[in-house]
Ligand binder design. Sequence first.
Ligand code: M6R
Length: 606
Amino acid sequence: MCGIVGIISSKEVTGRILNSLKKLEYRGYDSAGIATLVEGNINEVKCEGRVEVLEKDITKFNLKGDIGIGHVRWATHGKPSKINAHPHSSEHVSVVHNGIIENSTILKKFLEKKGYEFKSQTDTEVIAHLVTEYLKKNSIKDTIIKVLKRLHGSFALGIIFKGQSNLMVGAKRGSPLAVGYGPNENYIGSDSYALKSMTNKISYLDDGEFCIIKKDQIEFFGTEGTKINKKVMNLSKDAIDYDKGDYKYFMEKEIDEQPSTITACINEYIDKHNKQINIYNFPWKISSIESVMLIGCGTAFHSCLMAKYWMEQNTNLDVSVDIASEFRYRKVKFKKNCLYIVVSQSGETADTHAALDLCKRNKMKTCAVVNVIESSIARDADLVLPIYCGQEVGVASTKAFIGQMLVLYILSTKISFDQKCISRKEYQAKVDNLLKLSNAAKKTLKLDQKIFNVGKTFADAKGSMFLGRGYSFPIALEGALKLKELAYVHAEGYPAGEMKHGPLALIEEGMPVVVLAPRDEHYKKTISNMQEVIARGAKVLLITNNNKDEVISENIWEKIEVDQLDDELIPFLMTIPLQKLAFYSALEKGYDIDKPRNLAKSVTVE
Ligand code: M6R
């Protein structure tokens, strides 16, 4: 999604804006641009494509300045092109925007009648002209108050003004905006990561707020222009130096990091000595919770679905799951003793945030399972359970999925024991099993060569299916999502038992199908479903856990065996070969693994 940076300083800023834009590349984008003020005049350089292209153009045009704004754009209104790239400038102002202006068509008509001419197809250009129009009769502060009131939809904005080299404006509604404090210079950025090389002192704007930033002063205002104070946060330094190390791709590194991220997370939540789970900050009586609603998008939704299986198995809770973009618009009947859990790696996903907001407005108990602890979702939920994965850069979520599942499993086990659904002995056995997980994940990573070999078949396929029952069903959905987003191969995740109700018609000679069949209560049934697809010509990659005594079928194309572990924890191990499968399929096709086409890491528009 779009990313914003702004710097006001007494030193040259273009190089640092470029560096910060590089930090925002992980969000996914298709064009980039920078505008600075040189002797009070607006100068901009924009391009379609990557920040490296922008960098070359900036050198070519020798763009300089002590104040500037930069942007990476993920197209919403208007195709990716130089003309649609941000900043969008009028003669008097230059604007960068993340979000969507829903009433841009109406505003455009209003401005066209006043004689403004539009160059781009974007919704953002209206902001530049609207600000210009209001500036005719108002101060900068009053202009911003009036303009923000006219904008419908979501935005994070950075604005610079012709002839005003001493100030820059930031504003937010819906999309995130961080404000950073530096030595005789100050910054804005879409997230703290963009600013971390310059400062670890950050404030976050809340919805409706704006700020006027000078190099030695930042003033914050509410919707009506009343001055407000903001909390300054000191950020941890842990993510500052996150890089690829010896890896070619972040995703590859992030997959391989999973045994250590599992350990890091377990160390935070498990008291190994007393074999118990510590969630110290739980603000409610666990016994008072009667139901749980889990909400997320994409991979996070899959971890929610996984948690439903665990919670139903181990607690008396009534458990529901929903996709955030559906939940937020349904006529949900909120329940007093329900815990609403939102799951999000970035903590900035617009739909998930809106779902959380809806729960809060209905005065519900809210919990956020997030990776980025400084994120908007983490700041707004009553209870935050971090997944402790460290920064995830690859657009395809891998270690965060494992981390989300882990935290949700830990929470489910804690509720199960506290609500007396399992004995202390069973509880401690579950904790013991969790302590074996990191090692088992390490062993699973070694199955690499086999997956590499099958990757080519999946890469070349027209379509593929991922089947599983019970705990393996959410993992089948996740495996299919990974293949779709990385290798651009049509892939469907399906409950194995549903095949004969329709999708079996899709199976044809040579179609690669992944069957997830751990040796749990569903094993025999899943193997029967596997035989049904083999009989219709499918090439089956069976993923199971090892059992030396049994030969399952000679008609299986390939078999991968993960370690033996408690049935409930097998989903963690089953996930790893599927991540690798998608990775190798994309590698085979030479695709941009860390930044798949059309996708963004942080989905800040709905
Ligand atoms: O940051 P979030 O966890 O809220 O993101 C949700 C989805 O956008 C994300 O999981 C997406 O589906 C990934 N690209 C999947 O790999």
